[in-house]
Design a protein. Structure first.
Length: 85
């Protein structure tokens, strides 16, 4: 399988989603992760129909593949993390 991220020219705008169990601190945690990397991104939230999970759509300009990977890896360590795409 080919790694398409090698074909991307950085800096570039990337949008991805992360699904986490509902928690009052998750949005602030995601904002902190972006700020630590000096990334100014937009975060949109959408609760699931039963309000047990929240979808976070993150759009930001990432300066490098390494920075994108760091942000994604840190999000996966948050409490309640389910999946990312």
């Amino acid at each position: 399988m080919q790694d398409i991220t090698n074909e991307i020219t950085y800096p570039t705008e990337i949008t991805f989603k992360a699904i986490l169990r509902d928690s009052s601190s998750t949005l602030d945690s995601i904002k902190s992760i972006l700020l630590e990397k000096k990334i100014n991104g937009a975060i949109y939230t959408k609760p699931s129909s039963h309000k047990k999970f929240t979808s976070y759509t993150i759009t930001a300009i990432f300066p490098s593949k390494e920075c994108l990977n760091l942000v994604c890896n840190e999000i996966t360590t948050l409490e309640g993390y389910m999946t990312m795409f």
